[in-house]
Design a protein around this ligand. Sequence first.
Ligand SMILES: Cc1cc2nc3c(=O)[nH]c(=O)nc-3n(C[C@H](O)[C@H](O)[C@H](O)COP(=O)(O)OP(=O)(O)OC[C@H]3O[C@@H](n4cnc5c(N)ncnc54)[C@H](O)[C@@H]3O)c2cc1C
Length: 224
Amino acid sequence: MADTHSVKILMTRFITHDVKQFVVSRPEGFTFEPGQGVELAIDAPGWADKGRPFTPTNLPEDDVLEFTIKGYADHEGGVTRKLHKLEAGAKLLMSNPFGTIKYQGPGVFIAGGAGITPFLAIFRQRAKTVDVDKNVLLFSNKTPADVICERELRHYLGEHCILTCTAEAGTGYLNRRIDKAVLAETIDRFDQHFYLCGPKKFMEAITAALKDLGARPQSLVFEK
Ligand SMILES: Cc1cc2nc3c(=O)[nH]c(=O)nc-3n(C[C@H](O)[C@H](O)[C@H](O)COP(=O)(O)OP(=O)(O)OC[C@H]3O[C@@H](n4cnc5c(N)ncnc54)[C@H](O)[C@@H]3O)c2cc1C
């Protein structure tokens, strides 16, 4: 990893059944823009060369860094599985920040699962200004138990926080996949910014649907 920083885990806690928050020391002079990612590797024999991308989810001015990481217990030899077993005191290697997702003005944020992390960072920053609730969030999950930071997102966005659960129905959740029909029903204008983050197939389907509905390719913000 180029320009690697050594950082220490200060605290971990589960925030859903399979997502953990990691509070990590912040290197002197390190900064990032909300929405950017970094590469993290575990600083232990056999792991230091296994860097994976993650997104700081706190505010750039905080004294520490925070990551919100979904663990995949079925990823034999996977970094997230190992990360979830680490405790305070463990060391990580962290790259400088990179990435193209950043806030460009009010718009519609469309996330799938752990794809919410760059948007969490952006909403937390926008919450310090007046315009956070001018944005709309469409956030797709399998079940209500999978929704990351649900109360916080509903608090920021109110009725503009639309949560869909595809595998389990529940009061307050749309029991549908985010497709062209859902986009047409929930979005009133397609000449605005669209911020997209999620698994590859999700991104492909949403991008195609948005273009069909008239969104301009240059108004789509996603990790390239
Ligand atoms: C820019 C960017 C930012 C990101 N930010 C975040 C973030 O903030 N939080 C977050 O949670 N995620 C984030 N991700 C996703 C995160 O990077 C991946 O979840 C992570 O890299 C997975 O690493 P892993 O080592 O656990 O699994 P992998 O590297 O995918 O795989 C590890 C091992 O598991 C096996 N494996 C893979 N898939 C399966 C499967 N379905 N079943 C069984 N075995 C399997 C593989 O064969 C491999 O041996 C981000 C991704 C990007 C691109």
